[in-house]
Design a protein around this ligand. Structure first.
Ligand code: NAP
Length: 303
């Protein structure tokens, strides 16, 4: 029997990825859920988090699949109750609240894991190894998807703290900050805000070191999640969200793509060793873009 774990926020990503990954893992036993409306067949369901914390003291690990704005309060309560905590991406609504959680977790002696599922994509480790020690000439990210498909009816993505197109864009930035041989920083950005919304639906970012990014949430049809890098010795391309790696046009054998299973493997190892894994680098770039970005108003967006 695996380690008991509780999933909190039974919505799209919990159902699509977390539940199947936990069910397929020998490390974990999905022992409870907390959600106001969502449940998982056969798993004891709570609608109130405090009640779960009081009544299920043997469940030492919680995985929070809520949107970023409500997540801090749940994480702080869990840590105060001595639970190890796994955070969906982006790890919070602000940088400072995640830093506060880090301090709380350290003081409580529990593990905190800021997950970045795209970093676990099959081609990412190979891309990092290929770029290591190289001088980057240029890298361009194209991250274009259909918000109606991936966030159907989720108005929170367009509310303050929902981050708009930065919600998928941060996945690209999580890969970027993992694979680059040297860090970069944002120099300028243009953000397109629908006239009726609070967060951007598209963004163009220019970083130091020849790195650029194009994020767009209005792409219908085939979805594009990729990046191409050029160095003195050739070209590297990550496609399919990092699942496919090409070096100088040749597809590399990178094995199966198992992003969420790999996150839960990592959490199992962290809990075993008692170590946290907290990295805010992707979110720093998002915060910088929202600070520095030039604003353009575009057509209203409705689901
Ligand atoms: P979602 O379906 O809209 O929300 C997940 C669940 O969180 C909801 O079902 C809801 O459950 C609960 N929730 C929502 N607002 C809440 C609030 N104010 N207070 C308490 N609970 C609340 O969102 P999602 O697509 O699963 O995304 C959740 C997180 O996963 C986000 O950070 C997102 O970036 C990340 N993610 C999403 C995707 C994707 O493709 N959608 C992919 C990767 C990562 P109850 O109403 O039942 O309580």
């Amino acid at each position: 029997m695996g380690t008991p774990i509780c999933l909190v926020g039974i919505g799209k990503i919990a159902v699509d990825e977390h539940v199947p990954s936990l069910n397929a893992s020998a490390d974990w036993d999905l022992a409870a859920t907390v959600s106001r409306a969502g449940t998982v067949d056969g798993v004891p369901a709570f609608t109130d988090f405090d009640r779960f914390l009081d009544e299920r003291p043997e469940v030492r690990v919680v995985s929070l699949c809520l949107p970023p704005v409500p997540r801090y309060d749940y994480a702080a309560k869990a840590i105060a109750a001595g639970r190890h905590v796994m955070l969906e991406k982006p790890p919070g609504a602000t940088l400072a609240e995640v830093q506060a959680l880090q301090a709380q977790a350290e003081a409580a002696g529990v593990v905190l894991f800021t997950t970045w599922h795209s970093r676990m994509a099959a081609g990412v480790a190979g891309a990092k190894a290929w770029l290591a020690g190289q001088q980057l000439d240029a890298l361009h990210i194209t991250w274009r998807e259909d918000v109606r498909k991936w966030h159907p009816g989720q108005d929170w993505v367009f509310e303050p703290g929902g981050m708009g197109v930065m919600d998928p864009g941060i996945n690209a930035l999580s890969i970027l900050t993992e694979i680059l041989p040297a860090p970069v920083f944002l120099r300028s950005a243009t953000l397109q805000f629908p006239a009726n919304r609070q967060t951007p639906i598209a963004a163009d970012l220019q970083f130091s070191g020849g790195v650029t990014a194009d994020f767009d949430w209005r792409q219908t049809g085939p979805q594009t999640w990729g990046m191409k890098a050029r160095t003195a010795v050739g070209e590297m391309e990550l496609a399919d969200g990092g699942a496919t790696l090409l070096i100088n046009g040749e597809t590399q054998d990178v094995g199966p793509n198992r992003e969420y299973p790999a996150l839960y493997d990592r959490m199992a190892a962290l809990v075993k060793s008692g170590q946290s894994d907290i990295d805010l680098a992707p979110m720093v770039h998002v915060a910088d873009a929202l600070t520095l970005g030039r604003r353009e108003i575009v057509a209203d967006f409705d689901f």
